[in-house]
Design a protein around this ligand. Structure first.
Ligand code: NAI
Ligand code: PYL
Ligand code: MG
Length: 259
């Protein structure tokens, strides 16, 4: 899995505020309201324990601190444990955490110890970014383009399909594209048959994956992908609205899904 860097997480509060403003412009709702509508849940003072994990590539310098800032931005009470790993988990429970947040290099989870619900960051990220794009107030049709059909993109494409959108999908990996076509009934997007989209969802670890010929006016790009899927030049040329943030939107989606 593509791992975040401390650089990605710099100024996380400003990144959250900018993303929240973009979500409001696109949908008329803020991120919390989108989560409430998506999951039908609302927080009731759950205490969150954030546990650093040293396995694999180890601790990312500001990952836990970013989760602390993110959970507080969305109105949760939270703390980062002093100890990592098993000792940190023990500390979190002893300090009264009701929800545990922790991540190794493969899985970032939210576990609600009270109701037993557990969430994985990858599907929760795909679903929330798809939900945001699907609520685009000025969409010019029900057509949506999904670029990247992996651990984040496939659940996002499935969410669009479940909501009745016409999903055009593309992935550099033909096996994954075929899996999405056969399992979700999406339409394989081929650059040879170009079309324009006002809703684009991108979930790849590559830059500039969105070509100019797919961008319509009033285009919204909803993308958890890191680095950015569109060049600044194209973004300015077409006045594209972009919803993009490195960790917080996916995290709050996880939290609302386990309430
Ligand atoms: P993944 O590796 O499971 O899926 C990525 C997919 O993109 C692969 O199927 C790959 O074939 C495809 N791909 C790569 N280059 C492509 C290109 N040029 N054109 C079309 N398809 C291309 O990765 P995963 O877990 O789905 O993550 C996707 C991205 O989302 C990563 O950059 C990851 O860091 C990021 N991410 C961001 C989060 C956030 O909150 N912003 C949360 C979780 C992941
Ligand atoms: C959850 C992020 C979103 C994109 N890539 C995922 C990632 O970087 N995962 C690794 C997270 C490791 C955290 C480290 C720590 O500081 O606790 N184990
Ligand atoms: Mg995010």
């Amino acid at each position: 899995m593509a791992l975040l860097t401390s650089e990605d997480l710099k100024n996380i509060n400003r990144q959250l505020e900018e993303a929240d403003s973009a979500v409001r412009r696109v949908t008329g709702l803020d991120i919390k309201e989108v989560c409430r509508a998506l999951y039908g849940t609302s927080p009731s003072c759950e205490k969150i324990g954030i546990v650093p994990v040293t396995s694999g590539n180890g601790i990312i310098g500001n990952f836990s601190a970013s989760l602390h800032a993110i959970t507080q931005y969305f109105g949760f009470e939270s703390f980062v444990t002093d100890m990592p790993d098993v000792s940190g988990y023990y500390e979190a429970v002893k300090k009264g955490a009701e929800i545990i947040l922790m991540a190794d290099d493969h899985t970032f989870l939210a576990h609600n110890l009270k109701n037993g619900k557990i969430a994985n960051n990858q599907p929760c990220t795909g679903i929330i970014y798809a939900e945001i794009a699907s609520r685009h107030l000025k969409a010019d049709s029900k057509d949506v383009l999904v670029i990247g059909l992996g651990k984040v993109g496939f659940p996002g494409a499935a969410h669009f399909a479940n909501k009745g959108f016409n999903v055009y999908g593309y992935d550099a990996d033909k096996v994954l594209l075929e899996k999405a076509v056969s399992n979700l009934g999406i339409i394989p997007f081929t650059p040879s048959s170009p079309r324009k989209f006002s809703m684009i969802f991108e979930a790849t670890p590559c830059a500039n994956t969105i070509p100019e010929f797919v961008i319509s006016k009033n285009c919204v790009i909803s993308t958890p992908g890191i680095p950015c899927a569109i060049s600044d030049e194209l973004r300015k040329k077409y006045d594209v609205e972009i919803v993009m943030e490195p960790l917080g939107i996916g995290t709050v989606s996880m939290l609302y899904s386990v309430l």
